[in-house]
Design a protein around this ligand. Structure first.
Ligand code: UDP
Ligand code: MG
Length: 308
């Protein structure tokens, strides 16, 4: 199915050195597509000249959205989603690490395969090793959490269909990770290889702390693992305590009263058991908290593609 309109959503945070170049490369790509196409650039509370530059370029197919302060990349992309009209929505970074020239292929793959989400795999990723190793771990974790086998979750050059974006907007989530949220509403998901470039100018806008926060969002938004971990931990400890108790009773019968250090061991067994029971109680409480959390997020429990 050929999309009527295409939107390209780009979050911008202090990218004054790159913006001119970005638009210079984006324009020919947009023209070459020969379709109704818009670029939505979201200024995520930049403190440099980014907004000024963007405003100069705002026009008929370039929309500029100004946020009041810095909310983070994913929140900025959401603001772009809310302000775009395309049937296919593409997200990409402003720093030219994702070449705009890959956009036509992304659209082509999406339309030919009738995919709902097209992800990308960065070929020859140009980032430091300190960036790549954590990514590896996160990618593996995300595959487990979402059950979707994409190999690169971090690359934001991605395409989504309108229904997927609408469902994302409908879920009232404030801390989320867009690529994972999108695949939770889609069945036909694929991934293509795209080239990756050095950052055109400036530095990564992610400090270590910001990166950790983002991944914490990913884990807490898509899995109850930390809560369940508590429950299983408690179960294990309680079993251990009870087992230890049994061993003590048996040994006491065999070796007599002197053996068990005058009851100190017994105290340990009792302690283990109670600590375990406490963890278990926390775990049960956690399970309820998790359910409340899920309700609060108001993520649609199911999503319909079509009624025949
Ligand atoms: N970005 C943003 N708000 C932020 C941090 C980043 O809008 O708080 C934008 C940034 O301008 C860029 C994109 O998100 O367009 C990706 O950021 P960056 O290139 O710094 O991340 P990295 O490539 O290092 O993952
Ligand atoms: Mg980048």
């Amino acid at each position: 199915m050929k999309a009527e309109k295409i939107s390209i959503v780009i979050p911008v945070y202090n990218e004054e050195e790159t913006l001119e170049k970005l638009l210079e490369r984006l324009r020919p790509v947009m023209d070459s597509l020969d379709r109704d196409i818009e670029a939505v650039l979201v200024d995520d509370g930049s403190t440099d000249r980014s907004l000024e530059i963007l405003k100069q370029h705002a026009g008929q197919n370039i929309k500029v959205v100004e946020l009041t302060r810095n909310y983070g990349q994913h929140a900025a992309v959401f603001a772009g989603f809310e302000n775009c009209e395309g049937d296919i929505i593409i997200t990409m970074d402003a720093d030219l690490q994702n070449p705009p020239e890959e956009i036509p292929r992304l659209i082509q793959v999406m339309e030919e395969g009738e995919y709902e989400v097209v992800g990308t795999l960065r070929k020859g990723r140009k980032d430091s090793i300190f960036r790549k190793i954590p990514s590896r771990i996160v990618n593996a974790a995300t595959r487990r959490i979402t059950g979707v086998h994409l190999s690169d979750w971090g690359c934001m050059l991605r395409a989504y269909t309108r229904p997927v974006v609408d469902y994302m907007l409908k879920s009232q989530e404030h801390s989320t990770f867009i690529p994972a949220l999108a695949t939770s509403f889609a069945k036909n998901v694929t991934e293509i290889e795209v080239s990756h470039e050095e950052r055109f100018a400036g530095q990564s806008k992610y400090s270590l702390l910001k990166l950790i926060t983002l991944h914490f969002d990913l884990i807490t938004a898509f899995s109850d693992f930390p809560l369940q971990f508590m429950f299983y931990m408690g179960l294990l400890l309680a079993f251990f305590g009870a087992g230890f108790g049994i061993v003590l009773v048996v040994a006491r019968v065999y070796f007599g009263a002197d053996w068990a250090a005058q009851g100190v061991f017994t105290l340990f067994a009792v302690l283990f058991f109670f600590v375990g029971a406490q963890f278990l109680a926390f775990g049960v409480m956690g399970e309820y908290v998790g359910r409340i959390y899920r309700e609060v997020k108001k993520r649609p429990p199911y999503t319909i593609r079509k009624v025949y």
